[in-house]
Ligand binder design. Structure first.
Ligand code: NAD
Ligand code: MLT
Length: 315
C-alpha cells in the first residue's frame, strides 16, 4: 500500500510507515493539478495545513482510504466530501498543544515588553529605551476563548505567571471550564474584562470573523489580542483599524487569512504587532509527536480497519 506525504512531517513518521511495510512518496508543495496526479494509486494521504483536501482532489483519488492530519486543525479538509467518498479523516489531538500554548504565552510576553520592536529598533541603530516601557502580566486578566487541549494548557501557564484567567467555551460546562483552570465567563464579559485575549478555537462557520470590528470594539481599551489558532477568526482589516485607533494596545498573530502572508500586508506595518509564520506547532517535540501519532494511526487503520481519532465515519 502507498502513502503520499504532501506536507512536510518529521522523518520518524516516514520511518514508521516504512517499517510497517508501506511505500512512501514525499511530494510537498505541489500545485492542485500536480496533486490530482500524485494521489492516484495512493491509499493514505498525510497532510498538515497547506494541502487542501477538496472535492476535486477526492474525485481525482482512485483508491484513497484515509487522510491523516499531522496536527489538529481540519479546516483545510472538506470532511463531508471525504465521508461521501468513503475516506476516513483523522487528526492527532493533543500532540502539538503544549507547543502552541507556549507560543501564545511567548507572544503575551513579547507584546507586554515590546520584544520584537526592541530588536527591530536596535537592528536599525535605535536605542528606544524610553519609548518601549512595558507592562507586567502579573495580576492582569487573561481571557481564553476555547478551553480545549491548547486553551487548558495556556490557562495553567497563565496562572503560573500570576495572571487571573477567565475562559469562554460554549461546548463546556462551567464546572469543566473551572477544572481546566479558568473562571467561566460569557463571551461579552470576556471581551470587556480581559487585558489579554488568546484565541484557541477551531476555524468553523461560527468562529470565522468572530473577532470582527464590532467585537474588537467591545474589547477593553488598550487590551492585547493573540491569535495562534487560525487565520480568518480575526478580521485583519478590522484589527489594523482597531490598532490604528488605539482601541487595542497590540496584537500577536501566528496565523493569517492568507498564508504565506504577503510582505506588503497592512498588518506588518501596524504599530505594536508581533507576527510569526505559523510557528505554533513548530517545535522539534511537537513535530516528532504528530509524525509518530499520524503514522501509527494510519498504519493501524489501513492494516486493521481500526480508526483512532477519526472525525468522520464513512459507511
Ligand atoms: P481542541 O479541539 O482541543 O479545542 C478547541 C476548543 O474550542 C474546544 O474546547 C471547543 O469546545 C472550543 N470551541 C469551539 N467553538 C467555539 C466557540 N465558538 N467559542 C469558544 N470555544 C469554542 O483544539 P486545540 O488543540 O485546542 O486547537 C485549537 C485550534 O488551534 C485548532 O483547531 C487549530 O486550528 C489551531 N492550532 C494552531 C496551531 C498553530 O500552529 N498555530 C497549532 C495547533 C492548533
Ligand atoms: C495545527 O492545526 O495542528 C497547526 O496548524 C499546526 C501545523 O500543522 O502547523
Amino acid at each position: 500500500m502507498k502513502i503520499l506525504v504532501s506536507d512536510p512531517i518529521g522523518d520518524v513518521g516516514v520511518q514508521i510507515f516504512k517499517e510497517e511495510g508501506f511505500e512512501v512518496e514525499i511530494k510537498t508543495g505541489l500545485k492542485p493539478e500536480e496533486l490530482y496526479q500524485a494521489i492516484k494509486g495512493v491509499q493514505g494521504l498525510v497532510i498538515r495545513s497547506a494541502t487542501k483536501v477538496t472535492k476535486e482532489l477526492l474525485d481525482a483519488a482512485d483508491d484513497l482510504k484515509v487522510v491523516g492530519r499531522a496536527g489538529t486543525g481540519l479546516d483545510n479538509v472538506d470532511i463531508p466530501e471525504a465521508t461521501q467518498h468513503g475516506v476516513v479523516v483523522m487528526n492527532t489531538p493533543g500532540q502539538n498543544s503544549n507547543a502552541a500554548a507556549e507560543l501564545a504565552l511567548g507572544h503575551i510576553f513579547a507584546l507586554s515588553r515590546h520584544i520584537a520592536r526592541g530588536h527591530a529598533g536596535m537592528a536599525q541603530g535605535k536605542w528606544e529605551k524610553k519609548q518601549l516601557r512595558g507592562r507586567e502580566v502579573k495580576g492582569k486578566t487573561l481571557g481564553i476563548v476555547g478551553l480545549g487541549n491548547i486553551g487548558r494548557i495556556l490557562a495553567e501557564l497563565g496562572k503560573g505567571v500570576k495572571m487571573n484567567v477567565v475562559g469562554f467555551d460554549p461546548f463546556l460546562s462551567d464546572e469543566q471550564i473551572k477544572e481546566r483552570g479558568a473562571e467561566p465567563v460569557r463571551f461579552e464579559d470576556l471581551l470587556a474584562k480581559a487585558d489579554y485575549i488568546s484565541i484557541h478555537v477551531p476555524k468553523s462557520k461560527e468562529t470565522s470573523g468572530l473577532f470582527s470590528a464590532e467585537n474588537l470594539g467591545k474589547m477593553k481599551k488598550g487590551a492585547y489580542l493573540i491569535n495562534c489558532a487560525r487565520g480568518g477568526i480575526v478580521d485583519e482589516e478590522a484589527l489594523c483599524d482597531a490598532l490604528a485607533a488605539g482601541q487595542l494596545a497590540g496584537a500577536a498573530l501566528d496565523v493569517f487569512e492568507q498564508e504565506p502572508l504577503p510582505a506588503d500586508s497592512r498588518i506588518l506595518a501596524a504599530g505594536d504587532v508581533c507576527c510569526t509564520p505559523h510557528l505554533g506547532a513548530n517545535t522539534h517535540e511537537a513535530q516528532e509527536n504528530v509524525a509518530v501519532a499520524v503514522a501509527k494511526q494510519m498504519a493501524k487503520y489501513l492494516k486493521t480497519g481500526v480508526a483512532e481519532n477519526a472525525v468522520n465515519a464513512p459507511k
